[in-house]
Design a protein around this ligand. Structure first.
Ligand code: 13P
Length: 339
């Protein structure tokens, strides 16, 4: 096994998953606005330190995705964040895309930017301690969306990013996110997700990316958040697995789902339901942002005296999702012994 595959497999080690703490400046401001905290560099640093320093989280968290600012920041005692994470056996990663921008001549679709100068940036991030990277493309579902144009341009960019990562010795997390906003059915979500995945694996193959040294970070197949009749956990699990069995090669070591606006408990229950139907060709894990952080963010509220309560909230969600990795989660665990 080469080192890329070793890293990819370590990121989906049994009972563990990834914390996405790579909110861009705009996104973290939105999160802080929701708790009435100003998004200053020090507040962002303090919040990320709270998460990274949580004792015991390493039992359930294999890696953390950082943002450009965050990978350069340090804990209060001067330890750079990548070193702090490594000291706990957590693998540091880095978001390297520059965001989804309007796709020229399209009807409101997006293309993710960030390829120019990426080779040099990857080298620097590796020096700073990153061992894996992330690039997110977004697609929406509508009568004529995602268009073939949007599907293939984003697949091409994702594969260019992934090839550059492997050349630089970083595991690429390939993140095609079909947004689940709207009123679409489970079938429409499955169809859009399948088309996107098929294009992504075609481009990855054509651009010589070794699937064994990658991870996939996709949406789950869900009914639209505003759909009248929304599918339950069992249906979501079955539809998602059917779609991924058709379109994701077995050589991919792991699928690490994003939470994408699901409630914390839904994100956990859906992952659990899929793992309960295993074994599968790939590990099924999580790379959650909101679904791991929301209760911690709320408990913190920007106040130093709330750090411990926030850490307990984060630890609890990490533990619940760790249980969902093996299909051993039950909703009763939410209230039983919040550690
Ligand atoms: P969410 O789990 O909040 O969707 O975030 C995951 C992520 O990293 C999106 O790029």
């Amino acid at each position: 096994m080469n080192s890329l595959e070793e890293t990819a497999r370590a990121l989906v080690a049994e009972g563990k998953g990834i914390l996405a703490a790579d909110e861009s400046d705009g996104t973290i401001k939105k999160r802080f606005d929701s708790i009435g905290v100003e998004s200053t560099e020090e507040n962002r640093r303090a919040y990320r330190e709270l998460l990274f320093a949580t004792s015991g989280a390493e039992d359930y968290i294999s890696g953390v995705i950082l943002f450009d600012e965050t990978i350069r920041q340090s804990a209060e005692d001067g330890t750079p964040f990548p070193k702090l994470l490594e000291s706990k056996g957590i693998i540091p990663g880095i978001k390297v895309d520059k965001g989804a921008k309007p796709l020229a001549l399209s009807d409101g679709e997006t293309i993710t930017e960030g390829l120019d100068g990426l080779r040099a940036r990857l080298d620097e991030y590796r020096e700073l301690g990153a061992r894996f990277a992330k690039w997110r493309a977004t697609y929406s579902i509508d009568a004529d969306k995602p268009s073939e144009y949007c599907v293939w341009t984003n697949a091409h960019a994702l594969a260019r990013y992934a090839a550059l990562c492997q050349e630089a010795g970083l595991v690429p997390i390939v993140e095609p996110e079909v947004l689940q906003d709207g009123t679409h059915t489970l079938e429409q979500s499955s169809k859009a997700t399948g088309r996107v995945l098929q294009a992504v694996y075609t481009e990855l193959h054509d651009q010589r990316v070794d699937y064994r040294g990658t991870l996939l970070k996709p949406n789950m197949v869900l009914s639209g958040y505003d759909a009248a009749d929304r599918a339950g956990a069992e249906e979501v699990a079955e539809a998602t697995l059917e779609c991924f069995n058709k379109h994701v090669p077995a050589a991919v070591p792991g699928i690490v789902f994003l939470s994408g606006g699901q409630s914390d408990e839904d994100a956990t229950a859906h992952l659990n339901a899929m793992n309960a139907l295993g074994p599968h060709p790939w590990e099924l894990s999580f790379s959650y942002g909101r679904a791991l952080q929301a209760p911690a963010l709320k408990a913190w509220g920007g106040k130093p005296e709330n750090v411990e309560a926030a850490q307990r909230a984060y630890y609890h969600r990490a533990k619940m999702n760790g249980a969902a990795r093996t299909g051993m989660y039950a909703p009763e665990m939410e209230t039983a012994g919040v550690a």
